[in-house]
Design a protein around this ligand. Structure first.
Ligand SMILES: [Zn+2]
Length: 404
């Protein structure tokens, strides 16, 4: 549609410094966008009213042909756009079939009923909130002239995040890793919950995220694996590297080869949680002793030698003896949770290295964990809040989620 648009503006400006000019322009463009948007929807609405079939229908009876104007200057409504908030006089029609009166402004703009923001705007706020802290996001957006509060960004993150779902892509590699990282939960001391991630290897190298869940440390693996079962079945064989509980995959056990691998990097880290459960004070003698020993047991990557394969088995044996001593130490000091955690971990602790899979398999998942931690470390979370935010974050970094 082609139409003429005139915009008349009187300005009172004190000087011609660039900052003054920009400030005046900013004020003028607020008016301009309001008036311009109002004009465009009115032009189109007038045109549509001459058509037999309208691009909107009566909310009561479904009629989409017979309407009369009620008003083109109805109640003021606010719409938040990425340029600035826009204030519009609502357009209202009356249905000639049933007499129902309703506003058509949002419908003409392509917005959902009663919504203040378009899907695209919510997506932008959601992405920026997932990439940086809510405070910084608010600051950056404000610096570019849009006054938006942290809550709006937070809500956008929840909305967009809750709509993202991950799954295995049948067209990529039949190979993946599952891993977890601690999340600081509001009201719970330390890292109260674990975020579990499933990454799938891509044909061209690299990984994509195929599953994400949050829950307790020792449970919740079923929540991660359950949605993936159908797509795992599409592969003749799927190789899964994990230290998680895979019992939910039993029904398709012939389809999955599971390499049960404790991630050495996580052992001392997770141990802090079990020490806390056993009421061992942080930075106490027990605490330093156990973590110090574990750090030395788990540090094996630095071994570089031309006879690595030969010597590695002997080193592992000595490390296993060292671990045995720590387990005894925990038991004799009534640290039940810590002892049982280490006992469970022991048989698989070095399986990855023995299989020469170490490094190669854990590096992908660890990178994804770092992506989570950069943002998650800057806050305290509710489980759902942490989950929604990281869905956007990981979708952006690994699965091609983006805005124009
Ligand atoms: Zn009607």
């Amino acid at each position: 549609m082609k139409f003429n648009f005139e915009f008349n503006y009187t300005i009172d400006i004190q000087d011609c410094k660039l900052n003054t000019v920009l400030a005046a322009y900013n004020e003028m463009k607020t008016d301009l966008l309001n008036i311009f948007t109002q004009k465009v929807i009115e032009e189109f609405a007038n045109e549509y009213m001459t058509h037999r079939i309208k691009p909107f229908a009566c909310e009561q009876c479904g009629n989409n042909e017979n309407f009369i104007w009620k008003t083109r200057h109805g109640r003021l409504t606010k719409i938040i756009t990425i340029l600035q908030p826009v204030f519009l006089r609502q357009l209202q029609v009356e249905c000639k079939e049933c007499g129902h009166k309703f506003y058509i402004t949002r419908s003409l703009l392509g917005l959902e009923k009663r919504k203040r923001m378009s899907k695209d705007t919510i997506k932008r706020f959601g992405l920026i909130g997932a990439l940086t802290t809510y405070r910084v996001a608010e600051k950056i957006i404000k610096m570019f002239g849009i006054a938006i509060d942290k809550m709006t960004i937070w809500r956008s993150v929840q909305k967009i995040g809750s709509e993202i779902e991950f799954n295995i892509d049948p067209d990529e590699e039949g190979r993946g890793e599952a891993d977890g990282t601690g999340i600081p939960i509001r009201g719970i001391k330390k890292r109260g919950q674990e975020m579990k991630v499933f990454v799938q290897h891509k044909k061209g190298g690299g990984v994509r995220v195929a599953g994400l869940s949050i829950g307790k440390y020792d449970g919740g693996w079923d929540k991660l694996f359950a949605p993936l079962i159908e797509n795992v079945k599409k592969f003749p064989k799927f190789l899964l590297v994990t230290d998680g509980d895979t019992s939910i995959l039993k029904s398709i056990a012939d389809k999955v080869d599971i390499i049960f691998q404790r991630c050495l990097w996580h052992i001392p880290h997770q141990m802090k949680y079990y020490l806390w459960k056993d009421k061992i004070k942080r930075k106490s003698g027990h605490w330093y002793h156990i973590l110090g020993e574990l750090l030395s047991i788990c540090n094996i990557k630095s071994i570089q030698d031309e006879n690595r394969d030969e010597i590695i088995e002997k080193i592992i044996c000595s490390k296993e003896k060292q671990l045995e001593k720590i387990i005894e130490y925990c038991e004799s000091n009534s640290m039940k949770s810590s002892a049982s955690y280490l006992k469970n971990a022991k048989p698989d602790l070095f399986s990855g290295i023995r299989n020469k899979l170490n490094g190669k398999t854990t590096s992908h998942a660890e990178r994804v964990m770092r992506t989570i931690n950069y943002r998650i470390n800057a806050g305290q979370w509710s489980p759902a809040g942490a989950l929604n935010l990281n869905k956007i974050r990981l979708a952006y970094y690994y699965n091609g989620f983006d805005v124009e």
